[in-house]
Write a protein that binds this ligand. Sequence first.
Ligand code: NAD
Length: 501
Amino acid sequence: MAAMKAYQVYIDGARCDAISGERFESHDPYADAPWATMPRCGPDDVDLAVEAAHRAFSSGPWPEMSATARGKLLRRIGDLIAEKSEELARIEVRDNGKLISEMLAQTRYLPEWYYYYGGLADKIEGAVIPSDKADTFNYTLREPVGVCAMISPWNSPLMLTSWKIAPALAAGCTMVIKPSEFTSASILELMEVFEEAGVPPGVVNVVTGFGPEVGEPLVTHAKVAKVAFTGGEAAGRRVYQAAAESFKRVTLELGGKSPHIVFDDAKQDAAVNGAISGIFAATGQTCIAGSRLLLQESIHNEFMDKLIATASAARMGDPQDFETQVGPVTTPAQYQKVLDYIDIAKADGAECVLGGEPASAEEGGGKWFVKPTIFTGVKNNMRIAQEEVFGPILSVIPFRDEDEAVEIANDVSFGLAAGVWTESLTRATVMAKRLRAGTIWINTYRAVSMTSPFGGFKASGLGRENGLVGIEEYLETKSVWVSTAEDTGNPFVMKLSGGSD
Ligand code: NAD
């Protein structure tokens, strides 16, 4: 067996091991074998990285760099990522077992985040405020929030972390990134790009390791001003609570239980494709999974026949193969969780009409494969309809009319996304307004862009990434007052009155 690649973390522009010298393994879920080792960092490594980010924020070339120069740097990063897109995608597939077709689509599109926010860097403007006070000039400055802690999950490592890195760099922040312990390799490879592009030392740092050992010390570090977290509900809640202690700015991108609603006037074949892409693409391991399929009663049986026929033909296999449509579940723990939820759904009375079990090697599967699984007869109050599984399990729930569809769709703690399939413009517009979720797709699903705000209602998160609003999360607004008055006024009274009205 070839020697495992030993990665190093990236702190203050240099590669190094964890202070303890400890390492942990990164696994290839399809091969079911470790392929690389990562430094197992702890609080002392976090401290080094945050101090480096703090120094880079406070002095040296980074705060001196003009916003226009930052923009050029971001665009250079985008160009260099484009040259490495296939290499980066292959590494991600090796770590998370998702399909090469999906990961390559992501890494090929990745430069766009750096181009978009590179373009925005020198268009962040303050305002001149029409002052109500005589002889007073009042304006605002938009300043970078400071050192940011970027914590990301394993399902789309480079893309989801770049949703944070690109606007933060454009705003002038510095950062410490903690990738998922399951998928650290691609972020560390990205640091070569940043180095080559000329990002000054300390501006971007990466520490690898586990949530309690690295994530928590990062979130609670006194010199971290903002936490941008993408991950599950439980860790998200801990991060939010820990960050509250020192009033850090927080954005949270969490889980979902997104409804995919098909009306009787929808183009059925397109909606079947949409439903498949919502739950079986990425083996259901996506925050925006359309894990609840709401079907209008009148089309339920006809639609289910088509859906089962398409889903049962999905090709399982090696995720590095472009022909594969369903890959393995990423981790053994996640695999067990998926199987547990199949049991829970059955025990609660849902009817399994497809899959519901592991897929053997003869069926194209292997060690961590679960067959595309569909349950009908699901009630929205069942656990399978309320809790995020993060696997290839679809719950089908019938509804009578628009009102009932809205009631069922909104009756979950999450609010990340929703899909609506209808040919009626009126119905589409009304549904888009009534659904409580951060993204609504009409006659499409899983479309994202650097230009469009993304984030959740309710337990799906806090704040938005992407688009113009995405950069707001990395900025503070400062109000500056300049007086040209000779008379400084009564020192014992606030300066309230307009003075010139
Ligand atoms: P996770 O919550 O287990 O881990 C996410 C990250 O948080 C990892 O880097 C982990 O090490 C770290 N972490 C864990 N505990 C921590 C703590 N106490 N303090 C600080 N950091 C901690 O999530 P996961 O299993 O890697 O990813 C799957 C989850 O992510 C799903 O719930 C999915 O819906 C969600 N997700 C959300 C989005 C979104 O944009 N809304 C996108 C992708 C994934």
